[in-house]
Design a protein around this ligand. Sequence first.
Ligand code: ZN
Length: 123
Amino acid sequence: MLCCRLTTEASTKDKLMKNFVVIKEYDPCPRNKDGSIRWFLYRWDDGKSGVRRLVRCRHCGSFFLIQAYHLNKFSKYAAYQFEDWYPIENEKEADRVNDTYTGLQWELQHKPAVQCADDKILD
Ligand SMILES: [Zn+2]
């Protein structure tokens, strides 16, 4: 099931985003029951720049789990804010993924449908 809006030409991420509603943003450093930090979404930051959010297409209702992050400061791409868009079945599945995988674990096992660098949509 591919979203109706990802097949159309969107020139920028801002324009693409106009077709989506943000359902929720997840805590990038979830806690254990004892209050300790379970993990950072991305291990090279301290939960400040990486975030996951769930969005839904305003037109066809498709869900995407977005992982937004900066690469670590030694990368030559460190200045960019990246976003990887992963198709996801529904909110319940997104919650399960969020509770189960760090950003990198998820990224290594799945291919994003769309990737953005700042406002640019990458091919
Ligand atoms: Zn759509």
